[in-house]
Design a protein around this ligand. Structure first.
Ligand code: PYC
Length: 319
């Protein structure tokens, strides 16, 4: 399998450019189904140790079924499949440019949850316009054993988020282990209390943020991703979810810049416009997120006969 590795504001993306699973014909949704149910070993091979590590998001390039798109992409990680992935979209665009498959300017990319457009501004800088983002439930209280009541919003930004009101701890790297522990407990409590997104979808991303006008940014965040790792970047879908809430609260005007910094110091610049269509009965926005990705590897992954870990080390303990 041939892969190109990049990182977007510190968060890794591994794009499979050759040797991925054959998923047949049909819509991207149908091909995602086959990937999940018949070819999941390719995900584990590409992402899990010993060939990968927990933080990587994989991207399988596919033929789009929407002819206006230059590519289709299925995102996945150490535990399963993602709807959209913002940092991954920036990584895919920079990778396609590196491969000479796209030039500067605007291109459409199909994902299983909708079509996004990317604007390649330089060989490393990309703006992407995300699928619609909207706040599905506001001021939801989750009771977390040993912590107490935590309030937040359930928001779609291309994935489902619990966007906590504020942060239980200052968002600095010294608090990383404790932030991971708390966010995993919140995620488990949401599941136990059956607090879900639309159509009973699991809320599998937990976001804390500290909004304060700092010199460098408008807000800092921490995002727990499915699989129990944190996003090194400010999370493109998480930033989109944040923009939907800021718009709903009248705290940010359409077109106004919002600089979102991650706990590592990586930065995205976001802005939004209103979406004319209600989503699940909710007002929605279309977020545009700008960030940088850098190519950092070009690798051939190999599995030899009799390799006990040819399909990765299977773990059942991931949050
Ligand atoms: O950037 O949207 C994102 C993302 C989701 C999970 C990891 N990164």
């Amino acid at each position: 399998m041939k892969v190109i590795d990049s990182h977007t504001e510190g968060e890794p993306t591994r794009v499979i450019i050759d040797g991925g699973p054959y998923l047949g014909q049909g819509t991207l949704g149908e091909r995602l189904f086959r990937f999940q149910h018949h070819s999941d070993e390719y995900r584990r091979f590409a992402i899990d140790e010993p060939r990968g590590w927990d933080a990587i998001v994989g991207a399988l390039l596919c033929q789009p079924d929407d002819p206006s798109c230059v590519a289709g992409v299925i995102f996945f990680n150490n535990t399963g499949y993602l709807g959209m992935c913002g940092h991954g979209t920036i990584g895919v665009a920079v990778t396609l440019f590196y491969l000479g498959r796209i030039g500067m300017g605007i291109h459409r990319i199909q994902t299983p949850v909708g079509t996004v457009s990317v604007n390649l501004l330089s060989s490393n800088q990309v703006s992407f316009e995300n699928v619609s983002s909207y706040r599905y439930r506001r001021d939801v209280i989750v009771e977390v054993a040993g912590i107490g009541k935590i309030t937040g919003d359930i928001v779609w930004g291309g994935n489902w988020f619990f966007l906590a009101h504020g942060s239980p701890l200052p968002l600095v790297m010294e608090n990383l282990e404790e932030l991971l522990r708390l966010s995993k407990k919140i995620k488990a409590s949401l599941a136990l209390q059956r607090i879900t997104g639309a159509n009973d979808a699991a809320v599998d991303h937990i976001e804390f943020s500290e909004d304060r006008a700092m010199e460098s940014c408008d807000s800092r965040n921490f995002v727990l991703c499915p699989g129990g790792v944190y996003d090194r970047s400010p999370c493109g879908t998480g930033t989109s979810a944040k923009l939907a809430c800021l718009a709903g609260d009248g705290k940010l005007a359409p077109g106004q810049r919002w600089v979102q910094e991650s706990i590592t110091g990586g930065r995205f610049v976001g802005a939004y416009r209103h979406d004319e269509t209600l989503r699940d009965g909710c007002n929605a926005v279309i977020a545009t997120i700008t960030g940088n990705a850098y190519i950092c590897g070009e690798t051939k992954l190999i599995s030899q006969a009799n390799d006990r870990f040819g399909f990765g080390i299977t773990r059942k303990d991931r949050a």
